[in-house]
Design a protein around this ligand. Structure first.
Ligand SMILES: Cc1cc2c(cc1C)N(C[C@H](O)[C@H](O)[C@H](O)COP(=O)(O)O)c1[nH]c(=O)[nH]c(=O)c1N2
Length: 210
């Protein structure tokens, strides 16, 4: 049996505190096999019916990366137009992806058509397929941080465009585009909090008792 002691628990808590969404990356490359190891860890995650619906696409092709970056720029310009006044001015200063610098690009999809797991747990809640993929991404995010590697989740993208750029099966639903690399800096506070866009709130604000 494996046991975890107080020191481990303290380190684990620190890992949660110091995991960040990273948008600023150093230019050094990732070690050989780093992304593959993160994917292996992600595959240990819980999934509805043990369906393992996550599908990963490593994006190395320069033209595809450029197309994803162009899509981000277009979607981000549209997003800016949804804000007004001070909020728009502040939005314009935010850095919301590290697509230009990150040595690793990884797209993550949920396979809605997979028969793995024989449908268990999905009949009344088909969205549990997507939830399972998000669980895997979270595991990868934390595991990367333990190796000193940062991940940035980019969702300011058009799913249809990403589908076409990456040429993946129709049954795959786009979940996340991840930028992966070594962070320029470490911090125990979210970048959006440092930029005074939003602040992290305590658990009490989100907990009901019945
Ligand atoms: C589903 C989803 C989608 C996105 C994000 C996260 C998640 C969970 N986040 C990162 C998000 O801004 C960040 O997690 C919060 O600001 C909290 O910061 P830390 O992750 O604690 O550093 C994010 N960040 C960003 O710069 N561009 C983006 O498009 C997105 N999209």
């Amino acid at each position: 049996m494996v046991e975890f002691d107080d020191t481990f628990r303290q380190h684990l808590r620190e890992l949660f505190v110091w995991r960040r969404d990273v948008r600023r990356f150093r230019s050094d490359p990732l070690p050989e096999g780093a992304i593959e190891r993160l994917i292996e860890t992600a595959c240990l995650s819980p999934s509805v019916g043990l369906s393992q619906p996550w599908r990963f696409v490593t994006v190395d092709d320069a033209a595809r990366r450029r197309a994803v970056t162009d899509d981000f720029k277009a979607c981000n310009a549209d997003a800016l137009n949804c804000y007004f006044g001070d909020r728009a001015a502040r939005y314009a200063t935010l850095k919301l992806s590290g697509l230009d610098q990150a040595p690793g690009h990884l797209a993550v999809f949920a396979d809605k058509a997979s028969s793995i797991g024989h449908g268990l747990g999905r009949a009344t809640m088909p969205e549990t397929t997507e939830y399972s993929v998000v669980a895997a991404i979270t595991a990868m995010w934390l595991s990367a941080r333990a190796d000193g590697i940062g991940i940035g989740w980019v969702s300011i993208l058009s799913p249809d465009r990403i589908h076409a750029i990456l040429d993946v099966p129709h049954s795959w639903k786009f979940i996340a585009y991840l930028c992966i690399g070594y962070p320029e800096a470490e911090c125990d506070r979210p970048e959006l909090e440092q930029a005074k866009w939003e602040h992290r709130r305590g658990a009490d604000e989100f907990t009901l008792r019945r």
